[in-house]
Design a protein around this ligand. Sequence first.
Ligand SMILES: Cc1cc2nc3c(=O)[nH]c(=O)nc-3n(C[C@H](O)[C@H](O)[C@H](O)COP(=O)(O)OP(=O)(O)OC[C@H]3O[C@@H](n4cnc5c(N)ncnc54)[C@H](O)[C@@H]3O)c2cc1C
Length: 438
Amino acid sequence: MPLGAQAGNSPLRVVILGGGLTGISTAVHLKSPWVLFEKESRLGGHARTDETRGFHFDKTGHWLHLRDPYTQKLIAELLPDQMVRVERKARIFSNGVLTRFPFQANLHGQPPEVIQECLLGFIEAWSRRDQAPPPGNFEEFILQKMGAGIARHFMVPYNHKLWGVHPREITAEWCSRFVPIPKLEEVVAGAVGANPPEMGYNIGFLYPKRGGIETMTRALAARMQGGDVYLATSPDAIDWRARAVRVGGEHFGYRALVATLPLPELVRRLLDPPPEIIAAGEKLRCTAVRYLNVATRTCPRSDFHWIYVPEEKYPFYRVGIYTNAVPAMAPPGHGSLYVELSDRGPMPRLDEILPNVAQALHAAGAIHAPDDVLFAELKEIQYAYVVFDQNYYTAVKTLTAWCEANQIFPRGRYGSWTYNAMEDCILAGREIAMKLDG
Ligand SMILES: Cc1cc2nc3c(=O)[nH]c(=O)nc-3n(C[C@H](O)[C@H](O)[C@H](O)COP(=O)(O)OP(=O)(O)OC[C@H]3O[C@@H](n4cnc5c(N)ncnc54)[C@H](O)[C@@H]3O)c2cc1C
């Protein structure tokens, strides 16, 4: 059943597939009539929060970084006095110590021989920086910009765990925005402990005072008007020639289709697409993420918001503590954490992995003792990280050009098939709404 009933079955309207932040933002900003189909029973996509026994968990940490004046104003209007600004405490856990993020600019605290290797490698790379050819892949990018030591001790093993593929399988283009490259003087200062406490593109973040990130998603969704929302509904097929989506025997005509569902899922729903579109769709690769929601009996031991864990011997690559940002994410005196697991083999059983994870959390200083874990839940995000491999650019370009020529507009993190953050999705929804409204 639709949540509103205003648009009627008009081919002049816009159909939106997917009710994550991109789909919601599209609906919020559209002046034309619209209808939105969301396959889950709740809006929000990745920007949702689950609650178990008073403990709140996002789909792993969803910290809001706002850089654009429009989104800053929008969020301030949507949630007056309901967001808290948190100064980031991000750490690296490696060689048994917690050091500051980013690793490459904060070597102080690592064992002396690690600092020496990383510094010498950086200086060597720095001295050759003007002669280096464009990097052919992400591993080459790391070696050219940061040298062999930083590559070996952090960048390569960490990114291998995160992406689920070796950095040499990933192209270099995506990373310039997200990978901080320090200057030589910053690396030296960081090696002797003289850097400012936090650096990088996101030194602070916003977060709702209550209810996790979904509080923000709901506030945005409350602004939707002029259309219908169908929950727990997924189109069976997209008749792109007739410009209609087929949903349980009904046809919904459209003048434009905004597709925020994952791009391969869009291709699968197209009725008889051209062979080159099927072939391009088959080239798209993505890694899943398994994670644990962890509730603790006491407040966590460390004060960090999240840590990066490059070493292979630990079963996770990132751990975050919600309650260190906002204590209301758990009942008083308790903690709630997320643990992003590196294993991508067959789905494990929770009771098989939990003892090892709890030990490792204790070793990383996150919790007081392994038996501090009150309960844990094992979850999976099927579409988490798009793999920017050699086929990526041609496949995405082919698909996007064909879709747009047929009034289908793939948007958002998985529609555009990219790596981005919540703010980008809010802006992408606004941008496509403005384009379609003319
Ligand atoms: C592990 C992880 C951590 C992250 N951390 C952060 C962070 O700290 N800060 C930050 O800013 N960003 C973070 N992000 C990124 C952020 O989650 C995304 O940029 C954003 O939420 C994507 O929104 P979207 O609407 O484009 O996609 P989604 O949220 O994926 O929404 C797409 C929607 O389409 C629906 N759908 C799928 N198939 C169909 C179908 N067949 N029919 C109808 N509907 C369908 C889905 O159910 C979903 O609701 C993180 C992402 C991941 C994976």
